[in-house]
Design a protein around this ligand. Structure first.
Ligand code: FAD
Length: 524
């Protein structure tokens, strides 16, 4: 795959050019979001309300000017002296905190890091990027706790295309993500495919999805039970009417390695990661600003201006930015609430329909289980497994159905229910692969799906009211594999004002406002 962005020389960054960039960035985002909104809300009453009361003629209008752009040499000197102080005095005394930037990304998991990477790869020093991450150890973030699966077996063309791009990206990860002077990142992509098995009731849907996948360029093989048995002799085909196996570009990789690689490369390209929690937003009143869907306040409007960040030591700082991105995984609805989304009226009345849903992953040993030629198998029951290294080790699990006998577990903590494996997972796996009858669970962990309760699909793009707040959330169990494509897409929207490669318009927040789900049928 050609890296169409690498090697493109970035224009030198001067203070004047930087100011231009900030202005044109916010103007473009606003223009585009307004255009999308016009399409999505045509015929509906656009009744947006702002989070602050309209100023009366006697009230002074609160205006803020952007701080003057920092001289590049002064900035370099400031960072250098701060680094020296950091090295000299120890970690706790680090004082540097960026006061302003072009794009402030809230949440530095795989999404935030991928977006930072693409922005810096394409725009170089022309766009200043700050990533705010509340926990640099990523202890409870979804990314390192995922299974790292990559498939094209989706029902929606957008999801298929995003995952196809991600497979290409992973195959070229060395070229994209190696930090000069370091070893290439060890992403460890295992291209053994996914094997989706369908019951007689779901066979037609599987075949329909297969056709969509093939039309979009994926390489799949549809298998009858006889062909399945011939191809994978260790499978019990009982209860399987049809199966679909990815021939290329499907498999699994190390999610933590991909996160580290994106983050390290983004930092090398100039993105700044700061540890702190987004705790609020400040708005700025812009006189004479009218835009579609935003209720005018005395002839102007409020726009998000600064993110309020609470640091670990209790200090509170603000970062001024032209554009904000909420990529806080399962916590994105909370971050959006800080901007009034789900708290106000009109366009602000609808919350981001994303919540944490706890999922268990069990690590088990079965010495006689399938060997190297073993895809990530998804049983008609929803139970799944894949190899984890060699020597008869596997990981597997199952999402609860949400019914009375298989309810959603509480998402209050990440404690593991080991009994769930015994009661709801094991018998499905042992039925499909007889050698799993004697498996031994060695350990387990739990992580949060960023679950979109509307349609189990991603929400990507600017918010129709806050035109300078972009979202990348709601991936409902397939976010890792889409991060390379989502990072590129958000970057296109911010820098070019439109999607240039994969058109993700249908995945915007407009469908949430219109209550028109865009269902992804293949959720594991
Ligand atoms: C068990 C399990 C298995 C999975 N398997 C797969 C799979 O096989 N394939 C696949 O593609 N996907 C899979 N997923 C889904 C995938 O892990 C997620 O969709 C993806 O990691 C989401 O990335 P993210 O960056 O949006 O979220 P996260 O990785 O959760 O990152 C969000 C970050 O935001 C930070 N944050 C939150 N609030 C704030 C705040 N207020 N201020 C600052 N920072 C904040 C958090 O600390 C976190 O680091 C799985 C998920 C789970 C739980």
């Amino acid at each position: 795959m050609e890296n169409e962005y690498a090697g493109r020389p970035a224009a030198p960054r001067t203070p004047a050019r930087r100011a231009d960039t900030m202005l044109s960035l916010s103007a473009r985002a606003g223009r585009l979001a307004a255009r999308q909104l016009h399409t999505a809300t045509a015929g509906r009453r656009a009744a947006g309300a702002d989070e602050q009361p309209p100023p009366t003629p006697t009230e002074p209008i609160r205006r803020e000017r952007a701080p003057p752009p920092e001289d590049p040499f002064q900035r370099a000197a400031r960072i250098f002296s701060d680094d020296m102080r950091f090295l000299w005095e120890g970690k706790k005394s680090r004082t540097f905190f960026p006061s302003h930037c072009d794009v402030c990304i809230i949440g530095g998991g795989i999404m935030g890091s991928a977006i930072a990477f693409w922005l810096k790869l394409r725009a170089g020093p022309g766009v200043q990027v700050v990533v705010v991450e509340r926990d640099s150890t990523y202890r409870t973030a979804s990314t390192p706790l995922s299974v790292g699966g990559l498939r094209q077996q989706f029902s929606l063309p957008e999801n298929i295309q995003m995952s196809m791009f991600s497979a290409q990206f992973l195959r070229n990860a060395d070229r994209f993500l190696t930090v000069e002077g370091d070893e290439p990142p060890a992403i460890q992509f295992h291209p053994h495919g996914y094997l989706m098995c369908a019951s007689p009731e779901k066979a037609e849907l599987l075949e329909q999805n297969y056709r969509t996948q093939m039309e979009n360029g994926a390489k799949m093989e549809l298998m009858t039970p006889a062909r399945l048995k011939e191809r994978f002799p260790w499978i019990n085909t009982d209860g399987v009417a049809l199966a679909c196996h990815g021939q290329e570009n499907e498999g699994w990789f190390d999610p933590h390695a991909l996160l580290s690689a994106f983050r390290r490369k983004a930092i090398q390209l100039g993105a700044e990661f700061v540890e702190g929690e987004a705790a609020g937003f400040e708005s700025r009143y812009v006189p004479n600003m009218q835009s579609m869907g935003k209720q005018s306040v005395a002839g102007g409007n409020y726009v998000l201006d600064r993110a309020v960040i609470r640091l670990k030591n209790g200090d509170v700082k603000t970062v001024k930015a032209a554009i904000f991105v909420a990529s806080a995984g399962a916590n994105t609805a909370q971050v959006a609430r800080l901007a009034g989304i789900g708290e106000g009226e009109g366009l602000l009345a609808t919350p981001v329909p994303v919540e944490p849903r706890k999922r268990y992953v069990y690590f088990y040993h079965s010495p006689d289980g399938p060997g190297l030629d073993c895809p990530l198998l998804i049983d008609p029951s929803g139970a799944y497994f894949r190899r984890e290294g060699h020597g008869g080790h596997y990981i597997g699990g199952k999402s609860p159905t949400g019914t009375a006998d298989d309810p959603e577990p509480s998402a209050d903590n990440l404690d593991v229910d080991y009994d769930y494996f015994q009661s709801h997972v094991w018998h499905h796996l042992a039925h499909r692969v007889h050698s799993f009858e004697n498996l031994k669970v060695k350990s387990a962990w739990a992580g949060y799906y960023d679950y979109n309760t509307l349609d189990q699909n991603a929400i990507i793009g600017p918010h129709p009211h806050h035109h300078n707040l972009f979202m990348a959330t709601g991936f409902s169990g397939h976010g890792i594999q889409q991060a390379p494509a989502v990072g590129r897409a958000i970057t296109e929207h911010i820098l070019d004002g439109e999607y240039r490669t994969i058109d993700l318009t249908r995945m915007g927040f407009e469908r949430v406002l219109a209550n028109q789900p865009l269902y992804e049928q293949n959720i594991v």
